[in-house]
Design a binder for this molecule. Structure first.
Ligand code: HEC
Ligand code: HEC
Ligand code: HEC
Ligand code: HEC
Length: 490
């Protein structure tokens, strides 16, 4: 009748026992799986576990890291190959002026009209920055910033002198404190003293081998937006280490302080609005006498608007894919065009054939290149139209709106042209921007025709020849030397 309280408690006891056994079983299995996962982790050349020799916290010579990480170092050294070609990329120093003489016109009066070459691998940074014709005795030390890890070490040296608590400061904190002192030097002050290109210290903390950002400009750009760069996910770090350098930047003020113009956003419109607030100009155009903006290489900014960023695929996923050697899995440190390594870079996610993937990428790039060519021709002609207005005696008030339009048009063209990958990182955004560039340039040309008409000129402008690099350079020299050819048919 009545339920026996003892037998009831007995059943409770059995229930608890079963529950406990179940718990132990689940726990045990979990530990087993965790250790399997751990092994998989170990089979990668994993961090401190396999460290053999101690690497100094400020070791900038990559060969000193090689004892511990021979595979990463070995693949890093493969960047010495500067002969690789793809349709629009590769590591060979392609001459952009030869290939696109309109570039000479677009950069008239600026170093980029003298020399402009495709980027090579990271091991060449010091050689390339010291030999380029774009440098002069007035070039600030800021130009060294994205070329070598030594820069961060020097900044930290300056920084520690300024810090009350220097001993405890991290490399990032010390570099932030000393960046201004470093930038205030001249480029030539460090010529011959910076003898290692980009190396391991640029992305890693040698103590833990974790990814680390030590360069100040990106840390500061994040801070100004209320974000902490040390507080991002591991997957984001696999992109942000690249964004230390592969971005648009400028040298702020007399101190030539390296700054990312991201406070209002990273689209060309947002950066333009930022620059316009203080009438910033990189140079004055020799043909139209317009204060111009030069875009550097906004790779990260363009990337963030593309499908792969949306799907959380990092720069390192495509440019540093995993590689397996004798059962050891490691990240390929030969940073290059992924089209030279489609199998590891793309086929891990896309089950299409190799040729199909290449054709798909080139198909996208061909379309962007077509849009880019339209924009560069329209912008180049707009500069000559303004020069024709100058020749006919147009007033400053008449010229100002024309110059504003050509400045806007060219910085949009340049945002796409200077970004690497011929639009692949975000094709729709690149085509949108080129579209805006063409429209602004043509608007400038229509307005210029009105100004010419107001001065009684109705004939076509006589555009000079710029079909080859040499012809274009000879022609723009006349504008640079203030003896421009006549563009009006009298
Ligand atoms: C989905 C894969 C993918 C991702 C993610 C990616 N890229 Fe690329 N990248 C490419 C492809 C494809 C090209 C075009 C290569 C070519 O034309 O030969 C390219 C080209 C480049 C180039 C020029 C290489 C050359 O040889 O012309 C640079 C530099 C570059 N990317 C940097 C970056 C940076 C920095 C990021 C992250 C902000 C990034 N990429 C993210 C696939 C990717
Ligand atoms: C441009 C940035 C960059 C530079 C320079 C760089 N690495 Fe890396 N390294 C990475 C990234 C990104 C990963 C992937 C890390 C991850 O996902 O945890 C990585 C991973 C590693 C790992 C972990 C194991 C593996 O292969 O995934 C080791 C070890 C390593 N790098 C060693 C080196 C050495 C040695 C050098 C210098 C010869 C070097 N790295 C230079 C970005 C860099
Ligand atoms: C410290 C600054 C710095 C960092 C960090 C950096 N780069 Fe570069 N990168 C450069 C410079 C400078 C060049 C051009 C080198 C030259 O031409 O001398 C370059 C060139 C390249 C190239 C062209 C090589 C070729 O064969 O076409 C690729 C691709 C590239 N970087 C990808 C990346 C990726 C991906 C990351 C992040 C994992 C990264 N870089 C991190 C500064 C940097
Ligand atoms: C880590 C995975 C991953 C890697 C690596 C990767 N992709 Fe993708 N890719 C994606 C995802 C996810 C999408 C978006 C698919 C979707 O949302 O429908 C995508 C989309 C694309 C698209 C379609 C773009 C569009 O506008 O619709 C192309 C083309 C593409 N990838 C090419 C490449 C190439 C080329 C490489 C190698 C350089 C590559 N992907 C590497 C994951 C990857």
């Amino acid at each position: 009748m009545n339920e026996n309280p003892t037998s009831d408690s007995g059943r409770t006891w059995i229930g608890w026992a079963l529950f406990a056994i179940g718990l132990i079983a689940v726990f045990g299995l979990g530990i087993m799986f965790a250790s399997i996962m751990d092994r998989r982790g170990e089979s990668r050349d994993s961090y401190a576990a396999t460290q053999r020799v101690e690497i100094d916290a400020l070791e900038i010579d990559p060969s000193k890291w090689a004892t511990n990480w021979p595979r990463e170092y070995g693949s890093y050294r493969e960047m010495t190959d500067d002969t690789t070609h793809t349709k629009y990329g590769g590591a060979f120093p392609r001459d952009y002026l030869e290939e696109t003489p309109a570039n000479v016109v677009l950069f008239a009066g600026y170093g980029f009209s003298k020399e402009y070459r495709q980027a090579r691998g990271h091991v060449y940074t010091v050689e390339d920055v010291t030999t380029t014709k774009r440098n002069s005795s007035t070039t600030p030390a800021t130009c060294w910033t994205c070329k070598s890890g030594i820069v961060v070490v020097k900044m930290a040296e300056y920084g520690r002198k300024r810090m009350p608590d220097a001993e405890r400061a991290s490399l990032q904190e010390a570099a932030l404190a000393g960046a201004g002192d470093f930038y205030a030097n001249k480029f030539d002050d460090f010529r011959g003293k910076i003898d290692h290109p980009i190396g391991c210290l640029d992305c890693h903390d040698p103590g833990t081998m974790t990814l680390r950002i030590a360069r100040p400009a990106i840390v500061e750009a994040f801070q100004r937006q209320g974000k902490d760069i040390n507080d991002v996910s591991h997957q984001e770090m696999r992109t942000l280490v690249c964004a230390q350098c592969h971005v648009e930047y400028y040298f702020k003020g007399e101190g030539k302080y390296l700054t990312f113009p991201w406070d209002e956003g990273t689209t060309p419109e947002a950066m333009e609005s930022y620059y316009d607030k203080f009438d910033f100009a990189d140079w004055t155009h020799a043909i139209s006498k317009t204060p111009m903006l030069k875009m550097q290489h906004p790779d990260y900014e363009v990337y963030t608007t593309g499908i792969h960023a949306y799907r959380n695929v990092a720069c390192a996923d495509c440019h540093m894919p995993y590689k397996t050697e004798c059962g050891v899995k490691y990240s390929d440190h030969h940073l290059q065009s992924p089209l030279l390594n489609i199998e590891n870079s793309c086929q891990v996610c896309h089950r299409w054939g190799e040729d199909e993937i290449r054709l798909r990428v080139e198909g996208i790039q061909d379309k962007v290149r077509e849009g880019r060519s339209r924009a560069e021709r329209a912008v180049a002609l707009a500069h000559f139209d303004i020069a024709a207005c100058i020749e006919i005696g147009a007033s400053g008030a008449e010229l100002e709106p024309l110059r504003k339009l050509v400045r806007q048009a060219q910085m949009r063209w340049d945002y796409v042209a200077a970004n690497n990958g011929m639009g692949f990182h975000s094709p729709a955004e690149c085509l949108r921007i080129l579209n805006a560039s063409v429209e602004l340039a043509q608007e400038c040309r229509i307005e210029s025709a009105r100004v010419l008409a107001a001065h009684g000129y109705a004939k076509p402008v006589r555009y000079p020849e710029f079909g080859s690099k040499e012809a274009a350079q000879t022609m723009i020299a006349q504008f640079v030397n203030d003896s421009p050819p006549s563009l009006l048919a009298r």
